[in-house]
Design a protein around this ligand. Structure first.
Ligand code: PMP
Length: 290
C-alpha cells in the first residue's frame, strides 16, 4: 500500500503517498498507542463523517491522548483528502498515534500525530460469497472484559486478537470468525458487529465489551423505522441454533449476510435483504440521512 501515487494528509498537510512515513522508534509501533477510523465515501459524500471524527477523538482520549485537531478540522481534512484522491467511492482511514519523540512505555514526551488516507476498496467480503452468506468459524480468541482492555476505543492494540482470529479463519478456509467474549457470550466478528433474526425480530448483543458500531446504530434505526422489533441483549451461543438469519454490519463490511457460524447455519432471508437494501439506499442518498 505504500507504493502508489496520490496524497496522504499527514499532520496538517497533504504529502505524496510514498513519503507518508514514520520512524521505527514510533511509540505506537512498540506500545500500541494508536487509534483509527474506517469510513466510506459514496458518490463523493463521506457517510456519517462527523460520527467517525468524534469517535476518533474519543478513542484517543480513552488511550489518554488528545488529537491536536478538532473534530471539525478532522472532518474538513477528510474531505480534502477525498477531493485530492479524485475518488467518489472510497474507503478512508484516519489514524492517530504517538510518535518517536521519546522511547519507553511512558507516553510522556511523545506527541500525537494524525494521518488520513483514502483509497478504492470494493466489498469487504467477496460478493459471490456474501450472496450465499459468508462462512464464519468460531474465533480462538475472546473479546476481553472492559476492565482488561480499553474496549470502547477503536484502538489498534485491540486488533491483535481480531487479526489472529481472522488469520485463523482464513488459514482454515473461512471468510471470518465470530468472537465470543470473556464470559462466553456472543460478541462480534473481527471487524464488524453481529445481528440475528428470529421470526422477524432482530437480536444483537449489547455492546459492553466491543464497539457500538456506527453501522450497527444505523441498522437499528433503519429496522425500527420499518417497524422491525430490535432486541439488544446478552446472547449466549446456545441460542444460535434458534436464529434463522445472521448478518454483519460495519463501515467496511456494510451489511453482509452470514451463511454459517461454526456449527450453526442461517439463510439469507427477507429481513437481512431488506436492511441491506435500506442501508445501500441510505448511504447512496436514496433515503433521508437522519
Ligand atoms: N467491531 C469492530 C472490531 C470493528 O473493527 C468495526 C469496524 N469499525 C465494527 C465493529 C463496526 O463499526 P462501524 O460500524 O462503526 O464501522
Amino acid at each position: 500500500y505504500d507504493d502508489r501515487d496520490g496524497f496522504i494528509w499527514f499532520d496538517g498537510k497533504l504529502v505524496p503517498w510514498r513519503e507518508a512515513e514514520v520512524h521505527v522508534l514510533t511509540h505506537a509501533l512498540h506500545y500500541a498507542s494508536s487509534v483509527f477510523e474506517g469510513q466510506r465515501a459514496y458518490g463523493g459524500d463521506i457517510f456519517k463523517l462527523h460520527a467517525h471524527c468524534e469517535r476518533l477523538h474519543k478513542s484517543a482520549n480513552i488511550l489518554g491522548f488528545q488529537i491536536p485537531w478538532s473534530v471539525e478540522e478532522i472532518a474538513t481534512a477528510c474531505k480534502e483528502v477525498l477531493n485530492s484522491s479524485g475518488l467518489k467511492d472510497a474507503y478512508m482511514r484516519p489514524v492517530a498515534w504517538l510518535g518517536s519523540e521519546r522511547m519507553g512505555v511512558s507516553p510522556s514526551g511523545t506527541k500525537p500525530h494524525l494521518a488520513i488516507a483514502a483509497w478504492e476498496w470494493g466489498k469487504y467480503f467477496s460478493p459471490e460469497r456474501a450472496a450465499k452468506g459468508i462462512r464464519l468459524t468460531i474465533a480462538p480468541w475472546r473479546r476481553p472484559a472492559p476492565y482488561t482492555a480499553p474496549v470502547h476505543s477503536k484502538a489498534s492494540g485491540l486488533y491483535m486478537i481480531a487479526m489472529l482470529s481472522r488469520k485463523h479463519a482464513e488459514d482454515t478456509g473461512f471468510d471470518d470468525a465470530l468472537m465470543f467474549d470473556w464470559r462466553g457470550q456472543v460478541a462480534e466478528a473481527t471487524g464488524a458487529n453481529a445481528f440475528f433474526v428470529r421470526d422477524g425480530v432482530l437480536h444483537t448483543p449489547t455492546p459492553d465489551c466491543f464497539l457500538d458500531g456506527i453501522t450497527r446504530q444505523t441498522i437499528i434505526e433503519l429496522a425500527r423505522k420499518r417497524g422491525i422489533e430490535v432486541q439488544e441483549r446478552a446472547i449466549w451461543p446456545e441460542e444460535l441454533e434458534s436464529f434463522q438469519q445472521m448478518f454483519l454490519t460495519g463501515s467496511a463490511a456494510e451489511v453482509t449476510p452470514v451463511g454459517s457460524a461454526g456449527p450453526w447455519s442461517f439463510e439469507v432471508g427477507d429481513v437481512t435483504k431488506q436492511l441491506a437494501k435500506d442501508y445501500d439506499d441510505l448511504v447512496n442518498g436514496r433515503l433521508p440521512n437522519s
